[in-house]
Structures are given as structure tokens and as C-alpha cells.
Design a protein around this ligand. Sequence first.
Ligand code: IPE
Ligand code: IPE
Ligand code: MG
Length: 248
Amino acid sequence: MSENLIDQIDTDKLPLHIAIIMDGNGRWAKKKSLPRVVGHEYGVKSVRVVAETAAKLGVKYLTLYTFSTENWNRPAFEVKAIMTLLVRTIRSEIKTLQKNNIRLKAIGDIDNLPPDAKKELLSAIELTKNNDSMDLILALNYSARWDIVHATKKIAEMVKNNEISINDINESIISKSLTSGEFPEPELLIRTSGELRISNFMLWELAYGEFYFTDIYWPEFDKNAFYKAILDYQKRERRFGKTSEQVH
Ligand code: IPE
Ligand code: IPE
Ligand code: MG
């Protein structure tokens, strides 16, 4: 089955950048009468599988929505468990990243992560900085609106310092000022767990992104589910406002 699906993928037409809203850990755990936190633990396994699969396939950028700014509003014990899991996972997965030649990166309000999480993250980013098969970008303490506000402040600062004038402000400057500024925009967004919303994720960057939704809960999202999303994407016609005839 896995061989079949992978054989159908046109590797010349892979999305350069795939972004994923990894949702459904809690409901997966509930379905199994387990605590929500166990769902997050099993979610890590899917992260490993999907990151390895994407890198092997030739995807160049994979962004994973890992913790949103709004997620701080969850019960304190769940937030604490997620942060502990984050530190532990980054530490234990360095070898997976090195083995697969994956460079770790992050977007979001990284400075305001708990100090131990920030330290572990920055150390892993440093250790993997020369890897070049794929960038694995974790969206941490991330909200797209926060990112846009943060970028706006950076641009205002540039105007104030006479580095640019107001008339120089354009889409490219805004894109580059986001914490995702060094990466191309994702062509494909996947959201698991059946929710049909964007939840404050990459609002600017996904202006023309293709959306793929699946009912599968994140801990059950595997290689085949990932291949299916890519195959679905490859069947679409991206028109960017033009007519079908124009893009053919
Ligand atoms: C996604 O799973 C992980 C995070 C948001 C950290 P959820 O924890 O949102 O799982 P559900 O949506 O409650 O099932
Ligand atoms: C989005 O999932 C955030 C992450 C996957 C990290 P949520 O579960 O927090 O989103 P909502 O609250 O259902 O929109
Ligand atoms: Mg959720």
C-alpha cells in the first residue's frame, strides 16, 4: 500500500514547503480513555515519521504548528506537560535530525518561551545548522497575528531610522519581516482531526496555499496519510486568479 502511494507521487511536482496543523491529540487520547497528555506523547511519534518521510521524499521545508499563543490558555498542567515534552523531545530527537540531515528552525515568539525550552531549542538549531536536506520549522508560541504585529513594529523601526521610506513598504518587505521571512510560502497546508479552520496559523503566508483536511487524529497520521495529502495536492490546478486556460 505504502509503495503504491509513493509510486504515484510525481517527485518533480512536490510542494517545496508543507505546513501542518497537528490537531487531535486530545481527542485521540479520549477515544482510548487515556489522559490528553498521552495524546501529545503519541503525537511526537507522528512528528518523527512525517519529518523523516518528508525529508526522504525531497520536501525542502516542513512547518509544524506545535504550540500556539492561544494554547497558553489551556489548563496549567497540560501546558506544563507540553513544555516538558518539548524539551525532552528536542533533546532526544537530535539524532533523528542528524541522521536525516534535517536542519531545525523555529517561527513565533521564541524569546517568550519558558527559558529551558528556549535554551534547548536554540541549542538544537545551532547543532543542526549545517544540515541541508530539509528545514523542519517548529511554530512555537506562534500566532500569525502576533507575527504580523511584530513585523509591523520592525518595519516602523526601519522607517523611523530612515533605512526605508513609507513608500518602500511592499509585500516583499512584510513577508521578509515575519519570523517565517527566510522561508518560501507553503504551497500545501494539512490540518488533521477534522477541524475546518486555520486557528491563527500563517495567515499571510497561506494567501494562495492549498488546504487539505483529514479526519485522522494527529497521533494516527502516518506515511500513507501524508502521501495521500501530497497526491491530492498534485491533482489540483493552482490558478492564482487566472483562468484555467491561462495556466495550462
Ligand atoms: C493538538 O492537539 C496539539 C496542540 C494544540 C498542542 P489538541 O491538544 O488540540 O487535541 P484536541 O484538538 O483537543 O483533540
Ligand atoms: C491549533 O490547534 C494549534 C496547534 C495545533 C498547535 P488548536 O487545537 O489549539 O486549535 P483550535 O483551538 O481547535 O482552533
Ligand atoms: Mg485541538
